[in-house]
Design a binder for this molecule. Sequence first.
Ligand code: SF4
Ligand code: SF4
Ligand code: SF4
Length: 177
Amino acid sequence: MSKVKKKVIKIDLEKCNGCRACEVICSAFHAKPQYSSNNPARSRIRIVRDPLRDIYLPVYAGEYTKAECSGKDKYVIEGKEYSECDFCRASCPSRDLFKEPDSGLPLKCDMCEDDPEQKEPMCVQWCLSDCLTYEEIEEEAEEKIKLEDVEIGLESLVDKYGFQKVMDAAARMTKKD
Ligand code: SF4
Ligand code: SF4
Ligand code: SF4
């Protein structure tokens, strides 16, 4: 087992005032060219806002999903009612969140790992009310062979022995199993 570094953004709901600075900077940072435009619809963090009910809920874009799910549970937290979808990070056909407005392609938070590398994600830097805080934690992880290593290894074998010989050797090994 080895340790891997994980990037975590903590959200303190009590501190979000719905200012949407995080949406503005995220969309500007990821604009092409960088900072050429800002449009919260292109942001990878969105604020579920309902000022009448004093609801301001930051949600980060996660995985793409082809179909919406059937579960529509409701959550009541400190007297405020949220739907299951409010907390969901998916780019899902049931709503417009986390989709690039022109192409419809799914958006996903990349923790601002684009160039230039940031000490802290941009949304954290721009959240002046400290609702968002950044942490790096270490977790145990199983050793994994990186795909790049396999590819590099295969390429060097093919260079040395030729494609056909490598394929023949692989076929023989498969038969042994
Ligand atoms: S937004 Fe999330 S919770 Fe809501 S239907 Fe889609 S996948 Fe399900
Ligand atoms: S971490 Fe970066 S990519 Fe993710 S939502 Fe914040 S600003 Fe956008
Ligand atoms: S910048 Fe911070 S306070 Fe403003 S909407 Fe985003 S998370 Fe909430």
